[in-house]
Design a protein around this ligand. Structure first.
Ligand code: ZN
Length: 126
C-alpha cells in the first residue's frame, strides 16, 4: 500500500497497537476487546482496513485471544521459529501488519485455529 497512507493510519493507532502490528508483539491474554465479542460482522486490518476475518468463523478457544477457524481472505503466512517454537505467523496481505499465529488444533471443518490479537483488528458490522 501507499507508504504515506500507511504512515497516516499508523499515527491513529495506540502505542500498544503499533507494538503488536509493527513489531510482532502480543497483547496480554484476555486483555483484548474482541476476545469475548461475538457480534455479527467483519474483522478488518487495524492498519489498512483490509478484510481479514468473518464473525461466522469466530469461536471461543479459551486461549484469551480472538480465535477463528478460517480466514476470510488469503493471509500472508511466514514461518516463525522465535521463542523456541515452530509456528506460522499471520500477516495482513496488504500492509503486512502482524496479526497473530495459526495452529493446527482448531475445530472442524478446517482444524485450524487462527489466534489473533484484538489490537490488529477493527470490527465492522455488515
Ligand atoms: Zn493491513
Amino acid at each position: 500500500m501507499d507508504q504515506s497512507k500507511k504512515k497516516k493510519n499508523l499515527e491513529q493507532l495506540s502505542p500498544e497497537a503499533i507494538y503488536v502490528t509493527q513489531h510482532c508483539g502480543t497483547e496480554p491474554p484476555f486483555s483484548g476487546k474482541y476476545n469475548s465479542f461475538y457480534e455479527d460482522g467483519l474483522y478488518l486490518c487495524a492498519v489498512c482496513d483490509h478484510l481479514l476475518f468473518d464473525s461466522k468463523d469466530k469461536f471461543d478457544s479459551g486461549s484469551g485471544w480472538p480465535s477463528f477457524f478460517d480466514e476470510a481472505v488469503e493471509l500472508e503466512k511466514i514461518s516463525d521459529s522465535s521463542h523456541g517454537m515452530q509456528r506460522i505467523e499471520l500477516r495482513c496481505p496488504v500492509c503486512h501488519a502482524h496479526l497473530g499465529h495459526v495452529f493446527t488444533d482448531g475445530p472442524k471443518p478446517t482444524g485450524l485455529r487462527y489466534c489473533i490479537n484484538s489490537l490488529s483488528l477493527k470490527f465492522q458490522t455488515r
